[in-house]
Each structure stands twice: as structure tokens, then as C-alpha cells.
Write a protein that binds this ligand. Structure first.
Ligand code: HEC
Ligand code: HEC
Length: 331
């Protein structure tokens, strides 16, 4: 994260105006999920703020040449990932450094991005906007542009009771919208809640998943949100978490990604190196590479039989949430 200092500055701003946690009834918290990490303490969440965030998320005005919106790299139909692309296309056709991440259940995540370089949902909009390979835009310029737009002034007035537009309010609104992106109605969730059951093959896959995967892809969110090295490489082209902490012991570790909507978010891993779930399962089966920071939760490989591989994939398919990818509230 090259904008670390600016982000620290913004964090400082936010701490200085911290208020009591506010009513979060606008965010539907699934009963079978744990308590969220994010608590909306900094601003008053209301429907107008969520609507404003949605408008901003889909508006290329947030990019340098008004060509790219957040949604250009985060498509709802693909669980808000960028399907089919190992790296995403930003302004001037430049390529992002890493694979786009599906935006889902973000209020449970204590950190963001593959290296966890941002630790507050309200700051996540800042990184892509400022990144020259993504939106290449300046917050002050965005604020000016938005202020000249009567529709946006009206939206800010509704959301914040005054039409003053600030960088912080832009980021708050984006966070308000992203907080609503909750996926909890997959077939897996129905089974988890005891409302449905797996067929024989899905159940076989689920048992393997519980044996081999949940230590990192913890249920029901399918991530423990820690940083782990899952054996992709012997040498690290991308240092991952160590880029933030500068600790050698974090080299090659990345944030454990959620597996929700996983069949829709290919290609996989921080660099999009695997095109299919078959390749991912082959990796965990026989492709684990030894390195200094390899997780001790992964043996040299699980050596699955073909029918075990198939069962694991049948189970992973139950993590797709059709209500989430088609929810009209999100677009
Ligand atoms: C050019 C493509 C592109 C655009 C435009 C873009 N993103 Fe992203 N987004 C990415 C990539 C790539 C990552 C992963 C980057 C990394 O980890 O280094 C990412 C990661 C994220 C994450 C982290 C999710 C997690 O679970 O850790 C959030 C949140 C996010 N983007 C929000 C936004 C918002 C808000 C906007 C608009 C202001 C936006 N993105 C615009 C490509 C893009
Ligand atoms: C030691 C922790 C750990 C274990 C155990 C583990 N994973 Fe992962 N998994 C990760 C990490 C970390 C990543 C991201 C790695 C990267 O991109 O560098 C990941 C990535 C993935 C991805 C790609 C997700 C995406 O959005 O790109 C899939 C699919 C996946 N794992 C499935 C599984 C399955 C199935 C198992 C059990 C067979 C499993 N994982 C076991 C840590 C783990």
C-alpha cells in the first residue's frame, strides 16, 4: 500500500470524531453469523447514505478520466469480483497488481486487501481511487466534481443533512453501501441452519472440507481472516503480508479469502493463477510447495482420490448465493 501515510492521516481524522455505535438495523445480520467486526461508530447510517454509496460505487466519476467505476472490477453477477481476469484493467489500460476480490460480508473482516494493508472499511475506497493502476484519481478533485453536480448535492443533503461534500463523506457512503453486501442464503447456509440437507456427494465433500479446510476457511463465513501461506510458491514474487509488516515471517502470506460464491469468482488466488476449482483442488491435493512460512495446517498435500476431488467441488458449489448475486437492492 503506497498510500500508507495518507491513510494514516485519514485514520487520524476518523478517530478524532469517533462517536457511540449507532443503530444498525438497516443492515440485516444473519442469525447464524457471529457478531460483525465493523460497528458504524463514525457516522450515522441511514438509507440515504447507502443509496448515495451505491450511486458512487457505480459511477466512473471516481476515476481520473471518468472511465472506470468500482463496479468495473467488482461485478455483482460474479459476487463482486472481476470474473475471467487474473488482473483487472484500470485507467489507461494498466493492470492491477493483484486479482480483484469479491466484496462480500465485509463487515466481518478486520482487514482488507490480500495483504491486509487497510484495517478499516471506511478507508477501503481510498486505495483504488488513488492507485495509478486502478482509478488514478485525487479525492479533492472528486469532491469538486461531485459538488458541481446538483443531483449529488441533493444526495449528500439527504444522507448528511447538509450538502457539504467531503472526502470523508464519500468514503463513508461507499462503506455504508459495501456494508450491505451480505451473503447468507446459499444452499450451504440452509444446511448449516438445519433447513435442508446435503446429498451424498455434497456431504462427502463437506466432511473433507471440515477435516482439511476449516482451520483457515472457518465456518460459516469461510474465512478466519488471518494471513496464511497455503503453499503456492517456494520463492515469493509478491511478499504479501510482509509488504505491510516488513516481517520475514510474513513472506508469502495472504489474507484467507472467503469461499462464498466461489464458482463465480474465477480465476483464483491473489494472482489469479488457477482458472478452475479443479486446479485449486489439485493444488491442495498434490501441489503444496515447501517454503519457510508454509502453514503447519497444510501437510505436504492431502492426496485426494478423483472421487474426493469431485465431492469437494460439489460441496464448494453449495456456497453460491443466487439471492446475493441477483439482489436488486445492490444495483
Ligand atoms: C481497476 C480495478 C479495480 C477498481 C476500479 C476497484 N477495485 Fe477494489 N479491488 C481491486 C483489486 C485488484 C483488489 C485486490 C487488491 C489487493 O489486494 O492488493 C481489490 C480489493 C478491494 C477490496 C478489499 C476486499 C477484501 O475483502 O479485502 C475492497 C473493499 C474494494 N476493492 C473496494 C473497492 C471500491 C469501493 C472501489 C471504488 C472506489 C474499488 N474497489 C475499485 C480492483 C479494483
Ligand atoms: C493454511 C490455511 C488454509 C487451508 C488449510 C486451506 N486454505 Fe484455501 N486459501 C488459503 C489462503 C491463504 C488462500 C489465498 C492464497 C493466495 O492467494 O496467495 C486460499 C485460497 C483458496 C481458494 C481461492 C479463493 C479465491 O478467491 O481466489 C480456494 C478455492 C480455496 N482456498 C479452497 C480451499 C480448500 C477446498 C481447502 C481444503 C482442501 C483449503 N482451501 C485449505 C488458506 C488455506
Amino acid at each position: 500500500m503506497k498510500y500508507f501515510l495518507s491513510i494514516l492521516f485519514l485514520t487520524g481524522l476518523m478517530m478524532s470524531c469517533k462517536k457511540e455505535a449507532v443503530e444498525v438495523s438497516l443492515i440485516k445480520q444473519p442469525g447464524h453469523f457471529p457478531k460483525p467486526h465493523y460497528n458504524f461508530a463514525n457516522f450515522e447510517l441511514n438509507q440515504a447514505g447507502i443509496d448515495l454509496g451505491k450511486a458512487l460505487f457505480y459511477d466512473p466519476i471516481l476515476s481520473f478520466d471518468n472511465s472506470i467505476s468500482c463496479a468495473s472490477c467488482h461485478h455483482q453477477s460474479a459476487g463482486f469480483s472481476d470474473p475471467g481476469k487474473s488482473f483487472s484493467l484500470g485507467v489507461d489500460d494498466s493492470l492491477s497488481d493483484r486479482n480483484s476480490i469479491g466484496l462480500v460480508n465485509l463487515i466481518w473482516s478486520p482487514t482488507f486487501f490480500w495483504d491486509g494493508g487497510v484495517n478499516h472499511l471506511e478507508l477501503t475506497g481510498f486505495a483504488p481511487i488513488n492507485n495509478v493502476k486502478e482509478m488514478k484519481e485525487d479525492m479533492n478533485h472528486i469532491v469538486d466534481e461531485l459538488y458541481q453536480d446538483n443531483d449529488y448535492r441533493a444526495l449528500f443533503l439527504r444522507a448528511f443533512n447538509e450538502d457539504t461534500i467531503t472526502a470523508q463523506r464519500v468514503l463513508w457512503s461507499l462503506a455504508a453501501y459495501m456494508a450491505t453486501l451480505i451473503s447468507s442464503e446459499s444452499y450451504y447456509d440452509r444446511v448449516y441452519k438445519g433447513e435442508a440437507s446435503f446429498n451424498v456427494e455434497q456431504d462427502k465433500g463437506y466432511k473433507l472440507f471440515q477435516r482439511d479446510c476449516v482451520s483457515c476457511h472457518t465456518e460459516p463465513l469461510t474465512s478466519n481472516y488471518n494471513f496464511e501461506n497455503n503453499g503456492l510458491d517456494e520463492e515469493f514474487e509478491d511478499l504479501g503480508r510482509a509488504q505491510i509488516t516488513l516481517n520475514a515471517s510474513d513472506r508469502g502470506k495472504f489474507k484467507v479469502p472467503t469461499l462464498r460464491n466461489i464458482t463465480l469468482t474465477a480465476p483464483y488466488m491473489h494472482d489469479g493463477r488457477f482458472n478452475t476449482l479443479n486446479e485449486v483442488i489439485d493444488h491442495y491435493s498434490d501441489g503444496i510447495k515447501m517454503s519457510a512460512t508454509l502453514s503447519n495446517k497444510l501437510p505436504e498435500g492431502f492426496h485426494y482420490t478423483p472421487s474426493e476431488k469431485k465431492a469437494l467441488i460439489k460441496f464448494l458449489e453449495t456456497l453460491v448465493d443466487p439471492f446475493f448475486v441477483q439482489n436488486p437492492d445492490f444495483n
